[in-house]
Ligand binder design. Structure first.
Ligand SMILES: [Zn+2]
Length: 268
């Protein structure tokens, strides 16, 4: 298996037993060049099994024990909504912007944002959890190069390769901005008990792998907000400089910000 990010050779890394209906045990492989780790078992399984596994896990995660799995979840979403409001105040987002939360789940981020600032609306998209009673975008609404802003929270660890990354970043206009919340570490721990090895986590990002993607998709600058665990990736240096001038608590660079260098990379 070749690394979908850098083309490097992937070799066996570890295994974990989940004992689930659709996932008994999972085999992980690691790229010798950029360090990306993927769950080979998930990449190889029939698409229908992957979707069944997702429905089972996401339902449990968002509706029953989300806070037990991730105690800071709602607090972090509020902090992320606060960042979006900040982007409106400094003009990185304005009333004409098209903005979408890709993988919005039950849409809490958009709702929190709307409670702070109502324009532009943060539209919602979710392939698995779209609520027919709310205003979710459909897959047909996701036209390439039609969004000024795309945010994904806890999505990148669920992706299954280059096509899934392409689906997200191809939505952005040539001066668009991406926001990303996932775990990106210097080196994926070889530890089957690592908290991040969840059944539907398929891709484990390293700084080196994300730096490659950052350049591949023509991002020019990056800002990381530590408290909300959110990366902003800019194609427009003009928008980046507005953020850099006025916003506090960001680590900024005209390069991907590889913030997490030492363990623990992130507490759950
Ligand atoms: Zn690689």
């Amino acid at each position: 298996m070749k690394c979908f990010v850098c083309g490097g050779e992937m070799s066996p890394f570890m295994e974990k037993n989940f004992g689930m209906k659709y996932l008994a045990a999972c085999e992980y492989v690691r790229c010798g060049d950029c360090g990306l780790v993927v769950a080979k078992t998930l990449y190889d399984m029939p698409r229908s099994d992957w979707e069944s596994l997702n429905r089972e896990c996401h339902a449990a995660y968002q509706h029953t024990d989300a806070l037990a799995v991730d105690p800071r979840w709602l607090e972090r979403l509020q902090a992320q909504a606060e960042i979006l409001a900040e982007l409106v105040k400094i003009g990185v987002l304005d009333e004409n912007s098209r903005a979408v939360d890709y993988g919005a789940g039950d849409g809490k981020l958009s709702d929190y944002f709307a409670a702070k600032i109502d324009s532009p609306p943060l539209m919602k998209f979710d392939a698995y959890m779209a609520n027919p009673n709310e205003n979710y975008l459909s897959a047909e609404d996701l036209l390439p190069a039609s969004f000024d802003f795309v945010i994904t929270c806890s999505v990148f660890e669920h992706l299954l390769g280059a096509n899934d990354v392409e689906k997200i970043f191809s939505l952005l206009k040539s001066d668009g901005t991406a926001a990303l919340h996932t775990l990106i570490c210097e080196e994926v721990p070889r530890d089957p008990n690592w908290f991040y090895l969840q059944p539907v986590h398929a891709t484990f990002w390293t700084n080196a792998a994300m730096k490659k993607i950052f350049h591949q998709y023509n991002f020019k600058a990056c800002a990381y907000h530590v408290e909300s665990r959110l990366w902003l990736m800019f194609r427009s240096l003009e928008k980046f400089s507005r953020l850099k001038k006025s916003a506090r608590d960001f680590v900024c660079a005209e390069e991907f910000v590889d913030y997490w260098k030492i363990k623990p990379y992130r507490q759950p």
